[in-house]
Structures are given as C-alpha cells and as structure tokens.
Design a protein around this ligand. Structure first.
Ligand code: ME8
Length: 532
C-alpha cells in the first residue's frame, strides 16, 4: 500500500542501538550528538528526516548485567537503563524521531520474519562450533587477533572457550559480492580509512558466523527451534528496519521497508564496523533487501589521553557534563574539536578554553557588545534593511562565502570544518566591528553616526546567519540569538537553510536588550572562590 508521502525519499539515519548493560557514557552521547546535528542539518535543507536511535537489549552481556544489578528481572533492568538513555537524549536536545528497543514485540516479529526468510534462501545451516568468545563484544574471535592470554584487544579481558551446536549464516557465500560492492561504491564505507580497514579484513576470507546461542536464554527464540536464541547482532541490526514501523501497525518486513528503507546513513563507532559493513549487507542481500547507502565509522574519544568505555570502567559522565556546562557546550566541544572520523580527546581544561573562546567570546560577546551599542545609540532599533546596508560590502561577501562553505561541509559530514566555517563568520564580525569602531563614530555624530548605525545592522545580520547555520550543532544557543534579534521561538523553529541568505533583518526591527547568551565558564582553582 502506498503512503501519502511516498514521493519524497526520506533521509533515514541511525545511531548504534546502545547496549543496556550500563547507562550511557560520553561515547554513546558522542555518536548521538553527531547524528543529531546531521539530522537537524538535513531537516534545514528540506529533507524529510527519520532519525532512529534506540537500545539493544538482548544477549548474554545484558542478562549478566541484569543479574548483577541485583534482583531485578532482565525486563526491569532494560526498562531502567533504556529510560536513562532517553533522559540523556532529552537533556542533550536530541531530536530523534524513532526510539527502538529490541525487546519491543514488533521488533521481535520482524526478526522472526527475517530469520525465516534467510532460512528459506538456504543461507542458514546447523553445525558444531568451538572457539574463543568475547562476551563484551558478543563475538567469536580469531585466535590470531587476540592479545596475550587470549585477551580481546578491544576490552582487554580474556575470551572464554565455548563449544556449541549452533545455526550458522553462510557469510562466506557473499565474499565476492561484498568485494564488488565496496569496489563499485567507494562512498559506502566512510571515511576512506575505514573502507581500507574493511577491505583488508576481508582479504583473509569471510567465515560463516554463528547466529544462534544454545547457552543464552535472554533473546528472541529461533523459529522452529525454541531451545536456541538468536544471536544478539543478528537481532539488533534489524532494529534499524523495525524502527520504521508506525505505532499500531501490524509488524511486517514489507510495511517497515515501505516506510523508508534503505537507510541513508548508519553512523557508528569504529568498533562495530565489521558488523555494519560486512555482516549486515550480507544479511540484507540474503533476504533480498536493499543496502544502506553509507556506513560512517567515527573515531573514539579518550579522556586525558586514555581510552575510555563502559567495559573499562573509565568513563566521562555525559550527565555530569550537561549539568555543569549545558547541552550546547557539550555538543559544540565534541563536534568542533574532534575531527569527524578520527579519535579525539577530552580534557576539562581544553573543554573550558574552547567553549569560552568560541561560544562566550567570538559569538556571544560580539552579539552582546553590538546590542549594547544599538541600545545606547539607536533605541535597540535597526536603522536600515540589512540588504540595503550591505551593498558592495566585503564583510557581506565573506559571510556569504563562509556560510556556503559550511553547507558543503555539513553535506560531506565534515562536521568540525562546518563548525569552523561558522565560527569564522564570528571572527570576521569581530574584525569588522573593531575595524570600523562604531563606538567612536557614534560620538562623532552626523554621517559618522549613520555609518555606525549601519555597521551594527551588518554585524547583527551576520549573527542571524550564524544562528541558522550553527543551529544543527547548538540549537538552544541559536534560539537565544534569534530571540535577541527580535524573533519569536516559532519563527526560529520555522527557519530553513535558505534563511542563511543575506538580507533577513529589516529596518525598524527591534532587538532585545543585551543579555549574554552564553555565560563564560569560570574555573575555580584551589585557594580561590571559597571561604578561607
Ligand atoms: O556496540 N568513543 O552498543 P554499545 C566514541 N549494541 N564512541 C564510543 C566510545 C568511545 N570511547 N565508546 C562507545 C553496541 N562509543 C551494539 C550496537 S547496533 C545495531 C548495535 C559509541 O552500547 C560508538 O558509537 O557498546 C560505538 O559504536 C557504540 O558507542 C557502541 O555502543
């Protein structure tokens, strides 16, 4: 059955579906923040976006965590942790459209249907398997990729020897087709170093993988063999499809697919690249479904130079960061300061320096001092249309070039560069105001006064453009800018990328009185600030 909006191909993007073995950490937040900025950008340029996130709730790792959490059933445990993800996404202004939980019955129905479909193609067979298993990865490992004492290189914990009678997926059958896909679609896996990684790994030959567990009870039962449960990865990846189902809809692969599959972008960390760039496409091919357009594997965050992660117990608390510094500072720091695709480091000192310099000074202070001058000299009212005031103006040209550049960068997922381009508009604004020194022109009166009043219009127009162009990254801050420029929240929510075009501010528009949009973060060092 056709849907009304079938003509518009939606932009479907996904974050990983996070394991509920522990509450979210900064790594989970990082992927989600990046995805959110991409979703917001795509909406600005007019796409119908379906932004999917959720939680991965089956498997041995979750069952063990639930048992360790003491008393609560796996279900209750999943509810609690899954809720903590949603709470964090709310605090971080994550604008997801769908939140899928893999324990949702509609998802389970999709997995069963998918399994049966793959079974019917002859790609599933039964065999004995003996190997080394990393429970944290939920994956059998090749002995040659392990460290000393059979430790998993990702989790630094010893793998355990397992012997099971399992169902296998015939991945090896897809070697050739996958190689061709990677060759013919060099944008399928991004950035290019991840593509190389996948291609190198495939050179050693793809091996069939086990897609069921006899030893794990907490999972979706294998159709026709309820003694086994479906391997957590074979289950979870399908969440990207089941998430597309509308509420109340009778779950079927066909209806889910018709609501937006294939995904435009799977955004993931580099740790789960193989699952997304190899296993998943092979599974989809087996079931006769289309492949996602892009898998982007971003880098890992470290803290003070050290690897961090749930399993290592060395995490940066996103909740704490948001409470202390607010969502925009957190979003901005990680998107601006980590080159997207590469690893990046957090240190509190750098965090504070960066957000103070960029958000409080370059952008916030520019707006504040401009509004201060406008209030003092022009009753907070614009004297001219920004378009008229800007004829032949070099500053205007600079702003137009930078905002166009940021658009191309957002489109290419160069998120840090996109932030940089928008920030440069602020830098250019500061140079411009310092160059024309309106504060002294106002004092001179006459034509100088008029010229100063026009200069303020130009700077405020640049601020307006910053507010649109940076809104995918710092939505609250940009709303504050828009409000100070005399717009309503409704007007801000209705902006599109075309509003980055120069000429929005009009003569007579009344600005709000200056009021810092981003409070400088003050560092209280020992011996200062407190009572003696
Ligand atoms: O892997 N830096 O879930 P997960 C940056 N359930 N990102 C990090 C990070 C770090 N230090 N640590 C984790 C799973 N991440 C599966 C996914 S998808 C169908 C199933 C991010 O909770 C990064 O995106 O272990 C990584 O891929 C993801 O968290 C792993 O999340």
């Amino acid at each position: 059955s056709l849907r009304k909006d079938d003509q518009v191909e939606p932009y479907v993007l996904t974050t990983p579906l996070y394991y509920v073995n522990a509450p979210p950490h900064m790594g989970s937040a990082y992927s989600t923040i990046a995805a959110d900025s991409i979703a917001r950008f795509q909406r600005l340029i007019g796409k119908k976006v379906i932004f999917i996130t959720g939680t991965d709730e089956h498997g041995e790792k979750i069952a063990t965590a639930a048992a360790a959490a003491g008393g609560s059933s796996p279900n209750d445990h999943c509810d609690t942790i899954s809720r903590s993800y949603r709470a964090l996404w709310k605090d971080l202004d994550i604008s997801y459209d769908k939140f899928i939980r893999t324990t949702d019955p509609k998802h389970e129905a999709i997995v069963e249907e998918f399994y049966s479909k793959v079974l019917a193609t002859g790609d599933i067979y039964r065999a004995d398997y003996e190997g080394l298993y990393c429970v944290s990865c939920e994956e059998y490992k090749d002995e040659k990729e392990l460290l000393e004492n059979n430790c998993c290189p990702m989790h630094l914990k010893p793998c355990v020897s397992r012997k099971e009678d399992n169902y296998f997926f015939a991945l090896s059958k897809y070697q050739k087709r996958l190689e061709e896909i990677l060759e013919q679609n060099p944008d399928f896996v991004q950035p290019v170093n991840r593509l190389n990684e996948v291609q190198n790994w495939m050179k050693s030959g793809l091996r069939d993988f086990s897609i069921s567990r006899a030893s794990v009870d907490w999972g979706i039962r294998v159709p026709n063999d309820p003694k086994q449960t479906i391997y957590v990865w074979f289950d979870a990846l399908l969440g990207y499809i089941s998430a597309l189902l509308q509420d109340q809809e009778q779950p079927s692969l066909q209806t889910a697919i018709s609501s937006g599959w294939p995904a435009s972008l799977h955004l993931i960390g580099k740790d789960i690249l193989r699952f997304h760039a190899v296993y998943w496409p092979a599974m989809l091919m087996s079931a006769g479904l289309s492949l996602p357009k892009t898998v982007f594997g971003h880098g890992f965050l470290t803290k003070d130079g050290m690897k961090m992660g749930k399993s290592l117990g060395n995490t940066l608390e996103p909740n704490e960061l948001v409470q202390r510094f607010g969502p925009d500072a957190v979003r901005y720091f990680f998107l601006k300061e980590v080159e997207f695709g590469n690893d990046g480091d957090y240190s509190e000192e750098r965090f504070i320096n960066i957000v103070n310099a960029h958000l409080a000074n370059t952008i916030g202070n520019l707006l504040n001092r401009t509004l201060g001058l406008l209030k003092k000299n022009c009753h907070s009212t614009l004297v001219a249309d920004s378009s008229v005031a800007a004829e032949g103006n070099e500053f205007k040209d600079t702003v137009e070039k930078l905002v166009e550049k940021s658009k191309v960068q957002y489109e290419s997922l160069l998120l840090s560069s996109a932030c940089e381009s928008v920030l440069e508009i602020g830098t250019a604004g500061n140079l411009y105001i310092d160059g024309c020194a309106p504060w002294s022109l106002f004092k001179q009166g006459g034509a100088s006064f008029d010229s100063a009043a026009k200069d303020l219009v130009l700077i405020l127009e640049a601020m307006r453009i910053i507010a649109v162009a940076l809104s995918p990254v710092t939505p609250k801050l940009c709303l504050s800018i828009y409000r100070q420029l005399g717009y309503t929240e409704e007007q801000f929510n209705a902006v599109t990328w075309s509003d980055t075009k120069w000429g929005g501010l009009k003569a007579g528009q009344v600005m709000a009185p200056p009021n810092p949009i981003f409070a400088r973060i003050e560092v209280i060092t020992e011996g200062e600030g407190g009572p003696p």
